[in-house]
Design a protein around this ligand. Structure first.
Ligand SMILES: Nc1ncnc2c1ncn2[C@@H]1O[C@H](COP(=O)(O)OP(=O)(O)O)[C@@H](O)[C@H]1O
Ligand SMILES: [Mg+2]
Length: 294
């Protein structure tokens, strides 16, 4: 079987691990970047990358779609949707899009009864100020952010209000979430095919409140409670992801519970492998090959 692996960087740990897993299971990995795909609508339609006909692949696993402007990213999702007509794509383009959009995923979490921090999305300065005063401390996030980039913490004081004003005039709308007073850590849980494969704490570096490993956080193995396991599985289900990295945050106040922060439809497998030895790439590839064979 020829398994397409979509990634912008061939040397990326997860991309390499997926390719290695495909080989271990007797398949041929075909790594390509959506940036290199050319679609021809002249005569017979074609989707090629490096002269490879992508419509002949048996399945496709998406490691990352790649950042970019609206036209670029929209085109890449259109290509993924076209490819999905020829072979199953994991995660589906729809799941990746729902997970990537923090507003959409939070609405889905809420709809499925998962605990989400109080959140306001608005174009209005008045509503943004009201949210800040209600939350006391808040985080303002880009809807399509990743790796903790562009997240800002604001307090309900004159500096916070003027930051909200300038962010709103720059972005046009704001996604404002109450700050969860935590223990300097969050949890990244991995779900593959409706089961938790493993979880790790991510501990923010000294002086920071952002726990992403790519922002200097360090990881430690984490044993989820039964409730946290169920929340993680449900969060992945909300966006219909076959595999996902789910971010959870425990409130620092005892007994206040755990919140779902976000779900990632194209997670890195590096951190969980290094901290717990959990090989998410193999689990994903096994699931993909089983789904294709049956
Ligand atoms: N509501 C919140 N309260 C406190 N910290 C938060 C909150 N939301 C996010 N964070 C911190 O910011 C990090 C990045 O936020 P997240 O929503 O996961 O976006 P990204 O897609 O950039 O990873 C989280 O891992 C956590 O450390
Ligand atoms: Mg995150």
């Amino acid at each position: 079987m020829n398994i397409g692996i979509v990634g912008t960087d061939r040397s990326d740990w997860t991309c390499s691990a997926l390719a290695a897993a495909a080989k271990t299971f007797g398949s041929k990995p075909v790594v390509f970047s959506l940036r290199d795909v050319t679609s021809s609508i002249t005569g017979s339609a074609q989707l090629i990358s490096d002269s490879v006909d992508l419509t002949a692949l048996d399945a496709i696993v998406v490691r990352d779609v790649g950042a970019g402007g609206l036209d670029e990213v929209a085109f890449r999702f259109d290509v993924l949707n076209q490819l999905a007509e020829h072979a199953p794509v994991f995660n589906s383009p729809d799941a990746i899009q729902k997970a990537a959009n923090k507003y959409v995923s939070s609405v889905l979490f809420r709809k499925h009864g998962l605990p989400v921090p109080r959140t306001i999305a608005t174009h209005s300065l008045e509503e943004a100020k009201k949210a800040l005063s209600m939350f006391g401390r808040a985080v303002v996030k880009p809807l399509f952010g990743y790796k903790g980039i562009g997240i800002v913490s604001v307090c309900d004081d004159s500096e916070g209000v003027s930051m909200v004003e300038s962010m709103l005039s720059e972005k046009g709308m704001l996604y404002i979430q109450e700050f969860i007073h935590n223990q300097g850590r969050d949890i990244r849980a991995f779900v593959v095919n409706g089961e938790v494969a493993g979880a790790m704490y991510r501990i923010a570096p000294q002086g920071s409140w952002i726990n992403n490993l790519s922002r200097g956080g360090r990881s430690e193995p984490c044993q989820l409670t039964g409730e946290q396991e169920e929340m993680s599985i449900e969060a992945a289900e909300c966006v219909e992801a076959d595999f996902a990295g789910v971010d959870l945050m425990e409130d620092g106040h005892i007994g206040q519970g755990t919140y779902v922060i976000e779900v990632n439809g194209t997670p890195s497998g590096k951190g969980i492998f290094e901290s717990c030895g959990t090989d998410v790439a193999s689990l994903i590839m096994r699931h993909v090959l089983k789904a294709v064979r049956t």
